[in-house]
Design a protein around this ligand. Sequence first.
Ligand SMILES: C=CC1=C(C)c2cc3[nH]c(cc4nc(cc5[nH]c(cc1n2)c(C)c5CCC(=O)O)C(CCC(=O)O)=C4C)c(C)c3C=C
Ligand SMILES: [Fe+2]
Length: 417
Amino acid sequence: MSDGTTGTGTPPSRRALLGWGGAGLALGAAAAGGAVAAVTGGGDATATAAASGAAVPFHGTHQAGVATAVQDRLHFASFDVKTGDRAELVRLLKDWTRAAERMTAGQAVGEGAYGGLAEAPPDDTGEALGLKPSRLTLTVGFGPSVFDARFGLRERRPAALVELPAFKGDNLDPARSGGDLCVQACADDPQVAVHAIRNLARIGFGKVAVRWSQLGFGKTSSTTPEEQTPRNMMGFKDGTRNISGTDTAALDEHVWVSGKDGPAWLAGGSYLVARRIRMNVETWDRTPLQEQEDIFGRDKGEGAPVGRARERDEPFLPAMLPTAHVRLAHPDSNGGARMLRRGYSFTDGTDGLGRLDAGLFFLAYQRDVAKGFVPVQRSLAASDVLNEYIQHVGSALYAIPPGVRDEDDWWGRALFS
Ligand SMILES: C=CC1=C(C)c2cc3[nH]c(cc4nc(cc5[nH]c(cc1n2)c(C)c5CCC(=O)O)C(CCC(=O)O)=C4C)c(C)c3C=C
Ligand SMILES: [Fe+2]
């Protein structure tokens, strides 16, 4: 297998094509440092890392793509496992891990996209050649259905990994819900994220099939509060009170599964809730500004909570409508529940009735869904005035294993060992 550096008959890595090949190690380390700065540093470091197209380290205690700085683009895919052979599934997870190591470092999959046997299709599909690593992160998850009888994993199913309850107003499409495995690909370049999912799906041909996938074009939450807060498709700042990627105390309390929570294989991992939430943007755009602000409990320009001046001022919940989104979602209204939001806006063309098929692909990581998403969504589903403008049309839940520690480790090793 090629190491991704240039040589006769060997396809160059994306990094090599950028002129990084010879000094790959030194520059790779610098790029990783930039990515670390993106996670731990200030806004300037984040902006620099994004602009430089740096690589985010793949190996670590936790998977990248949860607490690491949120990139601007998403390709999320949910897969059904087609093989009934446990060994084949393990082989796939190992192959996926090795390919993910390469792609997140800006290298082509396997022997690359050209230069190999003319009689065989290339290992890599090629559309990311010449592009920077673009802070690509690949995050894998296991859905409840993978713990059925097929792979002998019944005893290993986390007690907390139960199907989400039905919520008032849900209009879920089974074709956009569920799945045995997921891969969240985030990057600053959409082509890099799409290339990653395409190549993982290709490696999995015959063993897994994409059940549904979702592209996202603008982050709606960040883990870097020192950055400018992004705006959602309703024009409001979204993610102001999200968990910061540097707030280790909050991450330990609300996001990472601990050894005490069980099962042991999931320690250092998390749970991911994905919801495709359609917005009726045409109706929203005809709603008066005051009403829009009352619905969220924040103003549209600054993003300040009702009665306050600045975005980061502490919300005073009694000043908001009892049905305001922020009042209902706030931890004080939900027994202290918090989650790390990492969603993206989407626009998937039109719906045939002249309306944009647009909305929020809501992604939230948490330590326990029963104490995070479920109580908050119950309260939102029952009373949120925002419900007049939105509808949940897709839903999935996954257990997110801990990070891949080194080159000998692989996604899900502790689960299958
Ligand atoms: C069940 C969890 C949540 C869903 C589903 C959800 C959907 C949703 N949210 C917005 C826009 C905003 N949400 C904001 C705050 C906010 N939302 C949730 C949870 C869900 N949102 C939480 C936990 C919070 C933070 C509450 C707090 O601590 O104050 C905001 C305000 C800015 C912010 O703090 O992020 C906006 C704006 C939309 C449009 C939407 C569905 C389409
Ligand atoms: Fe919200």
